[in-house]
Design a protein around this ligand. Structure first.
Ligand SMILES: C[S@@+](CC[C@H](N)C(=O)[O-])C[C@H]1O[C@@H](n2cnc3c(N)ncnc32)[C@H](O)[C@@H]1O
Length: 272
């Protein structure tokens, strides 16, 4: 059975979701929201969306809010998704840091971890003498559910179809016995990534040292222009002069006021 949501209930959810996560649901999404959340209402044995709203807002752990977000937004991601960004990291950004041998990157909507692990594999594969480098990747998401999967670093073999097999072997361990068909991240790769729950709507982020690069891919598509503008201007503050911002391939900052220099579609640089 599918539950119906009244126009008023839809507005309450819409405002809540926008205020808490920046995700902007258009007026046309009323039926979509009802269909995405119906199963959850059923699982909780609730009879109306008004009851579910109470449930979401009264939960001090915010866990139900996170579950709801997971149902309405997508966590879709892949290893080496949008590979031009990793080529740019290897060919342009890393050589700029050959002297310093230190790199600080933020994967700011990391979902289940494929993005930060891809960044880490790129760094290990292409830094001359990686043991002499200081790599740090902060990987964050609003969803604690995806973050726990990311931190576990355990994936089905078919997730690695875009990872060359020698690269995979160097950075992931093939599971045996009960874990056959799975690969687990090796400690050297896990050690350079710190996973943390962060909401991109927060007014500031717990980042002390200026960053070389921020990935914010395939999440701004859910935000309206004012929210995108606020976010990219916050990113600007956390980057080093000359630092870079990558956004998703279906996203654009064309209509957003910002101070970045546009180097290529989806690649931006803070002024030096
Ligand atoms: C489609 S995934 C993108 C994953 C990865 N960046 C990529 O491009 O493959 C979008 C992620 O954004 C997260 N997200 C949505 N709103 C957010 C917010 N306000 N703060 C942080 N993360 C958010 C979702 O939980 C989801 O995991």
């Amino acid at each position: 059975m599918e539950y119906t949501i009244t126009a008023e209930e839809f507005q309450r959810f819409r405002t809540l979701i926008y205020n808490e996560s920046g995700i902007s649901l258009s007026e046309q999404k009323q039926t979509l929201l009802a269909s995405r959340l119906s199963k959850r209402l059923r699982d909780l044995s609730l009879s109306t969306f008004a009851e579910y709203y109470e449930n979401v807002t009264k939960d001090p752990t915010r866990e139900e809010f996170t579950r709801m977000l997971d149902l309405i937004s997508t966590n879709k991601t892949d290893f080496f998704r949008e590979p031009k960004h990793f080529d740019f990291l290897r060919e342009r950004i890393m050589p700029e840091l050959f002297g310093e041998k230190r790199i600080r990157i933020w994967s700011s909507a990391c979902s289940t971890g494929e993005e930060p692990y891809t960044i880490a594999m790129t760094l290990f594969e292409h830094a001359p003498n990686p043991s002499q480098w200081d790599f740090k990747i902060l990987a964050s998401d609003i969803s604690t559910r995806v973050l726990s999967k990311a931190a576990a670093g355990l994936y089905q073999e078919d997730r690695f179809r875009d990872v060359p097999s020698d690269v995979l072997k160097r950075h992931f361990l093939r599971g045996r016995g009960e874990s056959a068909g799975m690969f687990k991240v090796k400690p050297h790769l896990a050690a350079v990534i710190q996973f943390r729950r962060l909401n991109l709507m927060d007014s500031q982020f717990p980042i002390k040292n200026p960053l070389d690069l921020i990935f914010c891919r395939n999440v701004m598509i859910y935000f309206d222009r004012p929210t995108q503008a606020t976010l990219v201007n916050k990113f600007y503050r956390y980057l080093k002069p000359g630092g870079y911002l990558f956004i998703g391939h279906s996203e654009s900052l064309q209509w957003v006021e910002h101070s970045f220099k546009s180097l290529a579609p989806t690649i931006y640089q803070k002024e030096l």
